[in-house]
Design a binder for this molecule. Structure first.
Ligand SMILES: Nc1nc2c(ncn2[C@@H]2O[C@H](COP(=O)(O)O[C@H]3[C@@H](O)[C@H](n4cnc5c(=O)[nH]c(N)nc54)O[C@@H]3COP(=O)(O)O)[C@@H](O)[C@H]2O)c(=O)[nH]1
Length: 818
């Protein structure tokens, strides 16, 4: 439908034409011509009248005498001619009007905007083709009701009201702009930018209509939205974005870029990207970057540089170029991810996997890697290497005594000394706890020997570990002396593979530890055999009790006689375990007890010993053996078991043996770690009424200060002092000192391992209270031991000899529950 006038008469000078409502403008000329033809008909009629007036005279053949025309005829003719001229003029005017109208229509219809003329009450009077397209079939409805009631404008709530208000304001003379969402039929919802204003439409500006112009801004708005979105992404993203021109001059950076690099935008814009330039110092990297940009338009990689404050920045950068329509680079866009933190975390994790957190030394994992690598190289070059395993002695004591921070300080000091003593190509590792390892590539056995000697010496030097304090908070000095046990294994002599070599070094270290503190030794195949036997024993020991392979032997303990006669009164027996294995034969406790201690089996075995010995003594007392005490060895592990007093009490009650018939032999080591805890445990045991003695006295590290506080009855002089008592002046001096000190502390003494009369004489002469040893009786099975005791008592009774002292406390009740 073309541009249309809708229901208004058009004023034409001198001729009022009233076309029907909605009649097309193009019909106007036809209408006008009809009227003019009618006028022409009138002219013809007048002309006909004139002719009729002249005709009779001509028909009668009369001499035609020119007759003057009557005036009315002339006037009529003139009028007619005038009318004809006017009709002609009207026709050409109508034609011109029609042409202009066609042009205006074309102009309006081909405008991309919606254009409509409205009345002040919002009814559309004329509209262009775009309006028809936008409104579709419902366009005609616009003429009948105000525009805001049209369904197309009511797509959004409140929109109709806004339009109504805008029409009212425009009618009042204002120019209104508003944006409306328009339901555009099949094309979907569109966004229209509307302008409404009053325009004059009558002659001399008399009549006024409202001109509505609307543009479809959907695409533009979408583009603007996209731009806004892109802008806010740029603003809010955590990735730094930098845009340069083709020459690399920075055009813009986003806030994240400034945050990452520490530079303000104003410091970077207009500059070369100095913040990232540091990474470009590597010419190979720069070349790779340019090649990649030229080949595929982008580059990705890691750059390392410095932030403005000089701290290191690791960035993952994506670089892309933008081309202009001519295919030339117009911009470079860099997206920068700060990976410093994640890299640091990654490195930290990697370090944790490979390094010991306390000492920062390689851990077992990394040592194994390096050993595998070193073995590979040695194999290829026909070379050798040595591996040392080190175990720091007494770390547990240091921890217990001075706290874990002191233990840590010691470990750090050991790590430092080891590192300082070795070459850069060597590896010092901490295997965990108190164990270290040293890998010496290209070092044969003699070189390893030199290193081992050096390490023992370096570590033996006093260790200053700060102001150490004991558990009571007392300052205990700042120096500790360290010792270590070290095992050395050499490739290719001892083993070919990494694992096997590590096992060898470990076995040698274990052997060195068994042999005494501050020792080191090379691995030997004999050690291997020994460790195989140890594994066999350990496995067999687990089933020894249930297979009834364990036995107790008893060795009498005698009071020293006044006269110096060898035999004295039997005042007790020591229970000593024996293991008779069906295939392995008799296994010495000296061999299996340490194994039971290291595997923890000693707790079960120790309970069996305690129960068996107590039952045995209860039986003997019932048979009239009293007064006699049974001494049971307790290992340090048993002693540290908090349930020990309850166990002892239960075992005594179970057997019906009064507590004073039981003596528990503790070694000095139970007290060395944590004397306070040891003292508390001894107090609990003492409270049960049992006797306590310190075994192997003189070999450990007892502090006399602690000793005086322990509720013990007896000190047992170690047999290593007794053995050479007749030949070694030092041993003699030690034994004398122990006896004197014990007496000063009101403790009794017993010497173990007495084998000769000379030893017995010396002990008696210096006041030792009791003796035990092969000189009197070897450890025996219960029946033999009992027989020996009865025989001895008889002998002692016959000799009427009395003990020098009364070493046993009065046993108040010898009645044993039966
Ligand atoms: N925790 C436990 N330890 C125990 C137990 N039974 C024994 N042991 C300890 O095992 C070590 C070896 O014991 P054993 O082979 O029995 O040796 C003891 C005696 O037989 C031996 N002895 C006694 N008299 C002499 C002698 O005149 N000469 C000589 N060469 N040896 C002699 O001495 C050992 C006694 O040791 P001690 O306990 O120090 O008195 C040993 O350390 C036992 O302690 C057990 O049940 N639990």
């Amino acid at each position: 439908m073309p541009w249309t006038e809708l229901g208004e008469s058009v004023a034409i000078p001198m001729l009022r034409v009233r076309p029907s409502l909605l009649m097309p403008v193009s019909a106007l000329p036809h209408l006008l011509s009809r009227r003019l033809l009618a006028a022409a008909g009138s002219v013809a009629a007048v002309f006909g009248s004139a002719c009729a007036w002249a005709a009779p005279a001509l028909r009668n053949g009369a001499q035609a005498v020119p007759q003057p025309l009557p005036l009315w005829a002339l006037v009529q003719a003139a009028v007619l001619l005038g009318l004809l001229a006017l009709a002609w003029r009207m026709c050409s005017l109508a034609r011109r009007h029609e042409q202009e109208d066609t042009l205006s229509r074309a102009m309006l219809d081909h405008s991309p905007q919606l254009i409509a003329l409205m009345t002040a009450d919002g009814r559309v009077r004329r509209m262009n083709q775009v309006a028809h397209q936008w409104m579709g079939d419902s366009a005609e409805a616009l003429t009948r009701a105000p525009i805001w009631l049209h369904p197309a404008w009511g797509a959004e709530p409140g929109q109709a009201e806004r339009l109504r208000q805008a029409v009212a304001q425009a009618a009042a003379g204002a120019t209104c702009r508003l944006e409306l969402r328009l339901d555009h039929g099949a094309a979907g919802t569109r966004l229209a930018d509307l302008s409404l204003r009053q325009v004059p439409t009558g002659p001399n500006g008399g009549a006024r209509h409202l001109l509505l112009e609307a543009r479809d801004v959907t695409v533009r708005r979408q583009a603007e939205d996209k731009l806004m979105l892109a802008g806010s992404v740029l603003e809010q993203t955590h990735e730094g974005i930098l845009i340069t021109d083709a020459h690399g001059v920075v055009l813009s950076v986003n806030p994240a870029f400034c945050k990452i690099t520490g530079y303000g935008a104003e410091e970077i814009q207009g500059q070369f990207p100095a913040a990232l330039k540091a990474g470009m110092d590597d010419p190979r990297l720069a070349a790779r970057m340019h090649r990649s940009l030229a080949r595929c338009g982008h580059w990705r990689g890691e750059l390392r540089t410095l932030r403005k404050d000089g701290t290191p920045l690791a960035a993952w950068v994506s670089l892309a170029h933008r081309l202009d329509p001519g295919g030339r680079t117009s911009h470079l866009i860099a997206i920068v991810n700060d990976i410093t933190q994640s890299q640091q975390t990654e490195q930290k994790l990697l370090r944790q996997v490979h390094f010991d957190t306390l000492t920062d030394l390689p851990n077992r994992h990394l040592l194994t890697d390096r050993l595998v690598q070193a073995l590979h190289t040695a194999r290829r070059n026909g070379d050798t290497l040595s591996l040392l395993f080190l175990d720091l002695n007494r770390l547990r004591d240091i921890n217990d005594h001075f706290g874990h921070s002191a233990g840590d300080a010691v470990l750090l000091e050991v790590a430092r000394r080891l590192r300082d003593s070795l070459r850069d190509v060597d590896t010092v590792a901490r295997l965990g706890g108190d164990q270290f390892a040293v890998l010496l590539p290209g070092t044969p056995a003699d070189g390893a020997q030199q290193v081992a000697t050096k390490l023992v010496e370096r570590l033996a030097q006093p260790c200053h570990v700060g102001d150490l304090r004991n558990a009571a908070g007392e300052s205990v000095g700042q120096e500790l002396s360290l010792t270590l046990s070290m095992g050395v294994a050499v490739y290719p002599n001892d083993a070919e593979g990494a694992e096997a070599l590590m096992r060898c070094a470990d076995t040698a270290m274990y052997r060195a530890k068994q042999e005494g503190r501050g020792q080191w030794c090379f691995y030997t195949t004999e050690m291997q055999q020994r460790s195989v036997r140890q594994m066999q024993l350990e496995a067999a020991l687990r089933r020894a009790e249930e297979r009834d392979e364990l036995r107790l032997h008893y060795q009498p303990q005698l009071a020293v006689t006044r006269s110096g006669e060898i035999a004295g009164q039997v005042i007790g027996v020591e229970a000593l375990i024996r293991w008779q294995h069906p295939e392995l034969g008799m296994v010495s406790p000296g061999e299996f007890i340490p194994l039971a201690e290291s595997s923890g089996q000693i707790l079960a075995i120790g309970t069996w010993v305690l129960r068996t010995a107590v039952r045995q003594m209860a039986d003997w007392v019932r048979e009239g053996l009293a007064p006699c005490v049974v001494a049971v060895n307790l290992s340090a592990l048993q002693f540290r078991d908090p349930g020990l007093p309850e166990l002892v009490q239960a075992v005594l009650e179970e057997a019906g043996l009064p507590p004073e018939y039981l003596e528990l032999e503790l070694t000095e080591s139970v007290a060395a770690g944590n004397p306070q805890a040891a003292c508390a445990m001894m107090d609990r045991l003492h409270a049960l009424g049992v006797r306590l003695s310190i075994d192997d006295f003189g070999t450990g590290f007892s502090s006399l200060n602690h000793l005086k506080r322990f509720p013990i009855h007896t000190l047992k002089i170690d047999q290593s002092f007794v053995r050479d008592i007749t030949t070694d002046a030092d041993d003699r001096a030690i034994v004398q000192a122990i006896i004197q000190m014990a007496h000063a502390l009101r403790l009794t003494t017993i010497a173990e391992g007495v084998e000769t009369d000379a030893q017995a004489d010396f002990l008696r002469a210096h006041g030792c209270d009791m003796v035990q040893g092969y000189r009197y009786c070897r450890p025996q099975p219960p029946a033999d031991a009992l027989a020996w005791i009865h025989g001895q008592r008889q002998r002692a009774g016959e000799s009427a000899d009395k003990p020098a002292t009364s070493p046993l406390p009065a046993i108040t009740d010898t009645t044993v529950a039966g």
